[in-house]
Design a protein around this ligand. Structure first.
Ligand SMILES: [Mn+2]
Length: 341
């Protein structure tokens, strides 16, 4: 929550930041916050009467925003306004014309407050994770040679849709040699016996994202496949056990990377260990090489090490977890052990 003793009024135009404040999807408008007033200026046809966080609702035409805000500032004898997000030029111009002189664009102001999640937000993330887990348990019954990556992706989305999610993440299904590419979009390639099949997907509930990755083997896993899988799993579990408030972002990445780099697969973990997650799929503090950011209680991050061997295949295992004082709470509960189908 934004502290009520804001130094200067702020006009919030970023849609995701607005959603964070009013808990409502797709409402067109802007939010004005100051010491005295908390107003949601709505110019959509749908103007809710009551909003959380003490927001008063005023329906106006979008073109009036600059004029309305200037009036509020004049009434409270304030000349300085903080802007964030994408402010349309006509708003900026209307404010300037009315003597609002010190306009400061400060992106990241609201994002900073969004980093640590409250209980309601964690409940939304947990519900999205539950739906995602359910789709995983269902897809296991469908995976067989001949099914294409696109069909697997469509089925995952179908199962999540039936459970009542709002939207999907960009679903990744990567099989066989395609699994060596961390961001492979699904194709018409049919699954084949012996393939690694990596599924990285998720959905939103009240705007909050889940994010899950599991890799399975179609048929019996070979020795090299088992070795890769066990290494990624060990990296993922070691990092999960280490995660707690006070840890440094890059230390967390190193914990997982050291596990992988201590094996024959050294150098094949091609991305960072994790990202913050919430109303945006990638937001806030992650588990990132070179980042000195400190993890705080209530932050939610993904933990997703992988090994990628071009021409052979790859494995990634991902959960999202809430950072707590003495550890972390993993929100997804799909099995971690190697699944051979
Ligand atoms: Mn992720």
């Amino acid at each position: 929550m934004i502290p009520s003793h804001l130094e200067n009024p702020i006009l919030i135009t970023n849609r995701v930041n607005q959603r964070w404040l009013h808990h409502l999807p797709m409402v067109q408008g802007a939010i004005y916050l100051s010491k005295q007033k908390r107003i949601f200026f709505s110019w959509g046809r749908f103007a809710p009467e009551n909003l959380p966080n003490g927001l008063e609702v005023k329906t106006i035409a979008a073109e009036e925003l600059g004029c309305q805000v200037a009036k509020l500032l004049r009434e409270s004898h304030v000349k300085k306004l903080i802007l964030e997000g994408d402010v349309p030029y006509y708003v900026y111009h209307a404010l300037e014309e009315r003597g609002v002189r010190s306009l400061v664009i400060r992106d990241g102001v609201i994002e900073h407050f969004r980093e640590t999640k409250d209980e309601w937000e964690i409940a939304q993330l947990a519900e999205a994770s539950r739906i995602t887990d359910l789709a995983f348990s269902k897809i296991l019954g469908d995976l067989k040679p001949g099914l294409t990556e696109l069909e697997v992706a469509a089925k995952l989305e179908y199962y999540m849709r039936l459970e009542g999610c709002e939207e999907f993440n960009k679903t990744i299904v990567a099989s066989g040699v395609n699994s060596a590419k961390p961001h492979h979009w699904p194709t018409n390639k049919p699954l084949e016996k012996g393939d690694f099949v990596t599924m990285d997907y998720g959905c939103t509930v009240n705007g909050y994202h889940s994010d899950l990755t599991r890799t399975v083997v179609l048929g019996r896993a070979g020795e090299k496949q088992k070795a890769i899988y066990e290494t990624v799993l060990q990296a993922q579990q070691t990092a999960t056990r280490a995660l707690k408030a006070g840890k440094i972002s890059n230390e967390m990445d190193k914990i997982a990377r050291d596990v992988i780099d201590g094996t024959e697969f050294r150098g094949s973990f091609l991305h960072n260990l994790g990202h913050g997650i919430g109303l945006d799929i990638h937001e806030g503090t992650g588990l990132v090489q070179g980042s000195e950011a400190v993890l705080k209680q209530g932050m939610v991050v993904s933990i997703e090490p992988g090994i990628y061997l071009p021409g052979f295949g790859g494995v990634r295992i991902e959960d999202i977890a809430v950072v707590e004082q003495d550890g972390c709470r993993v929100l997804e509960h799909s099995d971690h052990a190697l699944i051979e189908l």
